[in-house]
Ligand binder design. Structure first.
Ligand SMILES: *Cc1c(COP(=O)(O)O)cnc(C)c1O
Length: 370
């Protein structure tokens, strides 16, 4: 047992969604894109994306990735993606009959290296079925390059699992013509238990995904295309609506914890000691804080040091995908930046009811002798 666990998710409580549940009882409609789900989708578009674009909910982001990849991939063998991502990214590509192809990331933002990616796209030509960048830890990944890929006819599905609530001038993903997949998993910033959202400015694509997510049924309930059941139940939509009601407040609480971390890091001079933050743009809806430890250390030293003080941490994504048994044999570029990051990364707790005392205790654990 840790005094400060890594995660302590806090979803909306039953009192917050009783009113929505009552509507389900009254309507006796429980799923199949019912009234609450429709309302939830419309509110997400209005309240996050300024009324721009289209979106369909899914029962989790992994299903969302599979659906999006299936709908927009072109013929070809490879799904180009970072190795520095969660296993769901390569798994989704494999469920679509594609081979993951791993590309190294940049030192600064920990997202896929576009120069390396461009080289591989040129080399592989028609072999590229889809490109799947990951917006690392919710960052506002610059999508202009990926929009250009889309415009060149190379389909892009962005794994934006942790980016709900992340904004630059607009919400992350707004206006993108490829697919952007968000997660509502309990451990993410917009947690409802299990759930997700596929967003695109391409309404036609979202309509096709909506059908594919309902067994591929046409209006006549005839399967005309490959499908699966990826729908969100009305109960989950009820929790989603209640979450939307208080999302700004929840985000602000985590922003406060983030500010305490920044104060602590500065106060103790930890950046001068060699600690590094991910370089991000805009405001990121963090669900934990990620740092690289000073170069002369490996992260396990600090993981153990903090654990001894009652603080639980993680080292996402170490081992990264290419080091895991299932994905080991797949093609890749040199992954030396990924490997360096994985040697140094440490993720620190950043949950809603943390207080400044918690943060100070954690930050003090990052100091080292000598
Ligand atoms: C959480 C996560 C997923 C999976 O989301 P689910 O909703 O749990 O399926 C996929 N990719 C990344 C990068 C994630 O962090």
């Amino acid at each position: 047992m840790f005094e400060i666990p890594f995660l302590k998710p806090k979803l909306v409580v039953k009192e917050d969604y009783m009113g929505y549940l009552k509507q389900i009882d009254d309507s006796r409609s429980y799923t199949n894109y019912g009234a609450l789900n429709t309302w939830f989708e419309q509110r997400l578009i209005q309240e996050l994306f300024e009324g721009q674009g289209s979106a369909v909910t899914v029962n989790n982001a992994t299903t969302g990735l599979i659906l999006a990849i299936t709908q927009i991939k072109r013929p070809g063998k490879y799904a180009l993606m970072p190795s520095f991502t969660f296993a769901a990214t390569p798994l989704a590509a494999m469920w679509c009959g594609l081979e993951p192809y791993f590309i190294d990331v940049c030192e600064k933002d920990w997202c896929m290296n576009e120069e390396l990616l461009e080289k591989e796209i040129t080399r592989l030509g028609d072999g590229v079925a889809v490109v799947i960048p990951y917006a690392a830890f919710g960052t506002n990944l610059d999508i202009s390059y990926y929009q250009a890929l889309q415009d060149r006819g190379i389909p892009v599905v962005i794994d934006a699992a942790a980016s709900v609530g992340s904004r630059l001038t607009t919400h992350f993903g707004q206006g993108f013509t490829g697919a952007v997949v968000f997660s509502f998993h309990a451990t993410k910033g917009f947690g409802i238990g299990e759930g997700g959202l596929i967003y695109s400015s391409d309404k036609e694509m979202i309509n096709r995904i909506r059908q594919a997510s309902n067994f591929g049924f046409s209006e006549e309930r005839e399967s005309k295309q490959m499908g699966i059941n990826g729908k969100l139940s009305e109960y989950a939509a009820a929790i989603g609506l209640a979450t939307l009601d208080v999302f700004e407040l929840k985000k602000q609480k985590r922003e406060q914890v983030f500010e305490w971390y920044m104060e602590g890091l500065e106060h103790l001079g930890l950046l001068e000691q060699g600690w590094r933050l991910q370089e991000v743009r805009g405001s990121v809806a963090y669900s934990f804080l990620s740092l690289l430890c000073p170069e002369q250390f490996i992260n396990s030293y600090f993981v153990q040091k903090l654990a001894a003080q009652g603080v639980q941490t993680r080292t996402y994504f170490a081992p990264s995908c290419h080091e895991q048994t299932l994905f080991k044999s797949y093609n890749r570029t040199s992954l030396h930046v990924t490997e360096q990051i994985c040697r140094r990364i440490i993720n620190l707790p950043l949950w809603e009811d943390m207080n400044q005392g918690h943060v100070q205790k954690i930050v003090r654990g990052l100091i080292y002798e000598g």
